[in-house]
Design a protein around this ligand. Structure first.
Ligand SMILES: *Cc1c(COP(=O)(O)O)cnc(C)c1O
Length: 396
């Protein structure tokens, strides 16, 4: 037998973390890594947050799981928190981002297939270089062929327009269009914030044609950009939104959130999940909301983001042959490189014990835990500078 016991879908590297300490990961052999990847925008409270750990421990001792056939005081409380803090009137909890996007796609379709709707409107317009997850529906929603290969046939009902190009989106709107599915800030695509004009233009098209505006905030949501959700930067509210990653702080949790109107098709029996919203996940989500959903925490993220960005901008000036520019919002930042970002990310990881994430469009993602402190930011720049000084693009 030559296949590994873990199905070999990830090209796993030699870093083998066994413990976490604030913004550091500790390897099997004791090596400490500075974690400015945060499990890809997940561990927003770092790896040893007392509030989060305590909430999970306490809930695990009390009640871990019950069926969604029963009433859920824990789920009602967290849903109410999200409703109070966002555009949404109602929340469906999932265990992952892809499931949250799946629920969002179903909600958008069901809106039009409701008795008051237009059942011909079945197509969602999505955007180039999007990433929405790895299920059949969510790979079908992305135009990235590398995710399609080997998995035909795709799910019907997606049209791809060019990201951040309003005319391209407009040109695809027909009497079959159900809505738009878009990341306000693309994550895997290379930390690319959509322009205000683009997001506002999509909203106007939705208003004009009674379409669903669906935001995928799985990566950019939950305080990452200095707002609880990134749509707040645009002054545009979606009808439906997927959230996950940061919302559990490391515990698997996601949600599909919607307005009352948008959720009109989602009645009894239309959707479900055995684990979705179980008490343990609700305890984690509540602890995360306790920590991040307040003005003080969000202002700190904004302030840290501004400082990190200006230091990064200064830093890249020293290496004009390597770096192009910095983009992103808050603590969701990308270093756009003049060379492929992956070899540099590997070099930082293996030679300087600094964890970041490579992304599309030659971008290095910098996604620190939102609780990173001054000493950790200083350590980041020490490692990044040493890494840039010792990096030879030609050797990679
Ligand atoms: C990570 C991600 C997903 C998928 O989330 P999973 O939890 O891996 O299923 C969907 N959309 C965006 C924008 C993401 O970044």
């Amino acid at each position: 037998m030559s296949i590994s016991p873990l199905m070999p879908v990830y090209p796993r590297c030699g870093v083998r973390p066994v413990a976490g300490d604030h913004c550091h990961l500790i390897d099997e052999d004791g090596t400490r890594y500075l974690d400015f990847a945060s499990g890809i925008a997940v561990n927003l409270l770092g790896h040893s947050h007392e509030g989060l750990i305590g909430a999970i421990q306490k809930q695990a001792e009390t009640l871990m799981h019950v069926s969604n056939l029963y009433g859920s005081p824990q789920g009602e409380a967290l849903a109410q928190r999200l409703v109070d803090k966002t555009f949404a009137d109602t929340v469906f909890f999932t265990n992952s981002g892809a499931e949250a996007v799946e629920a969002a796609i179903k909600t958008a379709r069901a809106y039009h297939q409701h008795e008051d709707g237009d059942a011909n409107r079945t197509e969602l317009i999505t955007f180039t270089n999007a990433f929405h997850g790895r299920t059949m529906a969510t790979i079908s929603a992305s135009n990235q062929e590398k995710m399609h290969k080997g998995f035909m046939p795709l799910l019907a009902g997606f049209q791809y327009a060019e990201f951040d190009n309003l005319e391209s989106a407009k040109a695809l709107v027909t009497d079959k269009t159900a809505g738009f599915l878009v990341e306000p800030i693309q994550g895997e695509g290379g930390i690319r914030p959509a322009s205000d004009e683009f997001i506002r233009g999509l909203k106007a098209l939705c208003d004009e044609h009674d379409l669903m505006l669906v935001f995928d905030e799985v990566q950019c949501g939950v305080a990452r950009t200095g707002k609880l959700y990134a749509y707040e930067h645009y002054g545009v509210e979606p009808d439906i939104m997927a959230t996950a990653k940061g919302i559990g702080g490391g515990f698997p949790l996601g949600a599909c959130m919607a307005t009352e109107k948008a959720a009109r098709g989602m009645g009894f029996g239309t959707h479900g999940s055995t684990y979705g919203g179980n008490p343990l996940a609700m305890a984690a989500g509540t602890a995360v909301m306790d920590a991040v959903a307040n003005d003080k925490f969000l202002a700190e993220v904004t302030e840290k983001g501004e400082r990190l960005r200006s230091r990064l901008e200064q830093f890249i000036g020293n290496y004009p042959e390597l770096f192009d520019f910095v983009r992103g919002k808050g603590l969701m930042l990308g270093l756009r490189m003049k060379v492929e970002s992956r070899p540099f990310f590997v070099h930082l990881r293996d030679n300087h014990q600094l964890l970041t994430v490579a992304a599309g469009d030659q971008t290095l993602r910098v996604l620190p835990p939102l609780v990173a402190d001054d000493a950790e930011f200083d350590e980041f720049f020490d490692k990044l500078s040493a890494g840039a000084a010792s990096f030879d693009p030609a050797a990679n």
